[in-house]
Design a binder for this molecule. Structure first.
Ligand code: PLP
Length: 380
């Protein structure tokens, strides 16, 4: 059996450093808001190239805290609108709703599965305050178009970088001089998740925001700590959302290998791209050879087929585990049906109906990948 993602194998490959780090925290007597968290925040900010990183309890909180902080700073008011791709994990939308703002669902382009900036422009109203690109499947959204649009309408750009740790933007970006720039440093603020299966994953929940905006970072830090900067003094009606010392220590062990793992993911993508008989199989790929570069860290390797479910059963019966990202789009979920169920979003729906994710763990061997390709190429 080839697992979709063998987390046991991945985390074992960081031993003995991983266990040493866990024991150091365990023995330190300090478990929250301590040295390990401060150190990881510093390392991750340096890695992303931003002035600030604030650890949070998870990725959903990281996104939510950015919006809550903008509300406290008077940048956004209740009911203001945020443009967001309709084809994303539900967390992206929930963060906007939890902050009392309104998600405006935008179609992606099928070619990239990322937000379509031209469509986004049609959704802009006097209440629009922000655009929230999601770097879906690990591929950076077109940040040049998004930033130009945001500049023209004075919108904030908030990246959902939960799937794109380490992705690099190598092209020009309006208002930003230093090249190249990483995910997390391409807009006004960004949210990351360190859910165990992400490219940089903890041994439980974790998240972070990155930004150059000092006031935003300080406000996020305070809201995440019950609205407090000084013990028992509360300026905001905050929440409790912490990256804990154990997770931070784990992430500090894993961060130095992130680039190498992302390179391996790209190698695997290249082997899939060259090996699969796309045309004969009537299997579609949104990954083109010139997309296999630093702007894509292949959190997921998606393939598309109207016969997706047959494909999944076929591969599974040959010992190959796949996943679907995601079977039901947010606007078709029971939780959001009342507000969004009537919307017609054909590209989004096509992606959710046809997507299948092949294994792309950086620890898969070339033999594993060849086995998957050989199996796929015998599908009838
Ligand atoms: C994983 C993920 C999140 C949420 O992260 P959690 O840490 O699980 O809260 C948000 N957005 C996207 C695109 C994700 O993939």
């Amino acid at each position: 059996m080839i697992k979709y993602l063998d987390l046991q194998k991945i985390n074992a490959s960081f031993e003995p450093e991983l266990s040493d780090a866990l024991l150091r925290v365990s023995h330190s007597g300090w478990y929250l808001h301590g040295e390990a968290t401060a150190r990881f925040e510093e390392e991750f900010a340096a890695y992303c190239g931003t002035s600030y990183c604030v650890g949070t309890g998870n990725g959903l909180d990281a996104l939510t805290l950015i919006f809550l902080a903008y509300r406290e700073l008077g940048v956004m008011d209740a009911g203001d609108e945020v443009i967001v791709p309709a084809n994303t994990y539900i967390a992206t939308l929930l963060s906007i709703l939890r902050a009392g703002l309104k998600p405006m669902l935008c179609e992606p382009s099928f070619e990239t599965c990322n937000i379509d900036a031209a469509y986004a422009e049609t959704l802009i109203t006097p209440r629009t305050r922000a655009i929230l690109p999601v770097h879906l499947y690990g591929r950076l959204a077109d940040m040049k178009e998004i930033c130009e649009l945001a500049n023209r309408y004075e919108l904030k750009v908030i990246e959902d970088a939960a799937q794109a740790h380490g992705a690099v933007w190598n092209k020009v970006l309006p208002g930003k001089e230093n090249q190249p720039l990483r995910a997390g440093n391409l807009g006004d603020a960004a949210a990351f998740s360190f859910y165990p299966a992400k490219n940089l994953g903890a041994l439980g929940d974790g998240g972070a925001i990155t930004t150059h905006d000092e006031r935003l970072a300080a406000t996020v830090r305070s809201i995440a700590n019950y609205g407090s900067t000084e013990k028992y003094v509360h300026r905001y009606q905050g929440i409790n959302s912490r990256l804990d010392e154990l997770q931070a220590a784990v992430l500090s062990v894993k961060l130095p290998r992130l680039d190498q793992d992302n390179i391996r993911r790209r190698e695997i993508a290249q082997i899939y791209k060259e090996g699969i008989d796309w045309q004969r199989l009537e299997l579609q790929s949104t990954v083109h050879t010139n997309d296999i570069n630093e702007a894509n860290v292949f959190h997921i390797f998606p393939v598309f087929s109207p016969r997706r479910d047959e494909w999944q059963r076929y591969l599974n019966s040959h010992g190959i585990c796949t996943q679907i990202h995601y079977p039901i789009p947010p606007h078709r979920q029971e939780a959001l049906k009342k507000e969004y169920g009537m919307q017609q979003l054909p590209i989004t729906e096509r992606i959710h109906n046809e997507e299948l994710s092949l294994p792309i763990s950086p620890l898969l061997t070339n033999e594993d990948i060849e086995r998957i390709i050989d199996c796929a190429n015998t599908f009838i």
